[in-house]
Design a protein around this ligand. Sequence first.
Ligand SMILES: [Zn+2]
Ligand SMILES: [Zn+2]
Length: 373
Amino acid sequence: MVNDYYEILGVSRQASQEEIKKAYRKLARKLHPDVAGPDAEDRFKDVTRAYEVLSNPEKRQMYDLGGEQAFSGAGGAGAGFGFQDIFETFFGAAAGAPRGPVPRGRRGQDALVRLDIDLSEAVFGATRELQVDTAVICPTCNGTCCRPGTHPQTCEVCHGRGSVQRVTRSFLGQVMSTTACSACQGHGTIIPEPCQDCAGEGRVRTRRTVRVEVPAGVDSGTRIRMSGQGEVGPGGGPAGDLYVEIRERPHPVFVRRGDDLHCTMAIPMTAAALGTVLPLDTLDGAREVDVEPGTQPEQVITLRDLGVGHLNRAGRGDLHVHLDVQVPTRLDDRQRELLAELAALRGEEQPEPRLAATGSGVFSKLRDKLAGR
Ligand SMILES: [Zn+2]
Ligand SMILES: [Zn+2]
C-alpha cells in the first residue's frame, strides 16, 4: 500500500494547487464507486484522503514537515474535514443510495422473553405455555397498510422507481447522483388511505400464547430460539425470531453444577461407623443411599444417572450425596461410658496426633471438584 500522499495522487512534491486539483479530479472520475464499482472504493478513499490534506495549504505544510504521522487518525473525528464531507461536496449524498424501490415490508425485530423453570423441568424437559406481547400482522389490512378496498398507488414523483437522479455541477464536471425519493421514502408507491386499525403500519401489537418446548439440560441463561415468532416487521414484513431465556429457580435440596446434582445428607457418627441404608427423595422418586460401614466424614456417594439430562445428547448427569457425619455433642453418663470403653478397646484413650498438609484429603478434593463444576 502506498502511503505517500504525493505518490497516491501521482504528483511531484513541488506540484501546484492547480496540478493537485487536476490529478485528483482525474483519479476521482476513474475510481468513483458509481463508475469503477465497489472494488475501487478503498483506493478512492486513499486518493480522497491524500487530496484532503494536499489541497489545504496548512495541512500540506504540516504533512511536508511530519509525514503522515501528522495526520494519524486522519479522517477520524480529529481531522475536522472527513471523508464523507468531501465525498458529499463533490458527489452529493449518492454513496450507497438505493437503486430501486425499497420494499415496504421489512423484517421485524427479534423478541426476548424470560421463562422461570423448576429444576425438575431442567432435568427432564417440559412443555410450557408463555404469554408474549409482540407485533403481529394487522388482521384488517393483512399487512398491506391500506384501508380495505384501497390499494397503493405508484409515486408520481419518481414514477415507481423509488429514487430520483440529480445532476450536480462541480469542478469535476457534471456528476449524476441518485437519491431516495422523498415523496415515497424510496418505496416507489404511496398509500392514499392508510388502514385505520394499524395506522398504515401493517402490524398491530397483541398478546398471544406461545408453546415452548423446553429441552432437558437447559440452564439459567440458555436461550431457546423460536424461528419466526418475534415481532412482525413494518409493512407486514416477515417476523423476527423469539428468544426464550431460561432462568432456573433454586431448589431447596439439590444444587446443580453442570449436569450433576449435589445434596448434603447428615448421618450420625454411629451410622457412618456401622453402615446403614437411608431413603432419599430424588427428582426420580424414592431411592436408597447405601452407607458402607466405615464411611468417612465428607464422603460422597454417587447415584448414577439421576442428574440433569444432557442438552441435545443422550444420557444424564449424576446425583452426588455428600455425607455430613455428625459427632454427638451432648452425651449422658451411659453413652460416655460406652464411648470411653470403645476408645479403650481401640487403644485410642491417648491418640497420637497425625498431621497432614492442608490441601490434601477428601474435603479439599470435593471443594476443587465443585469449583471446577
Ligand atoms: Zn392495517
Ligand atoms: Zn417516489
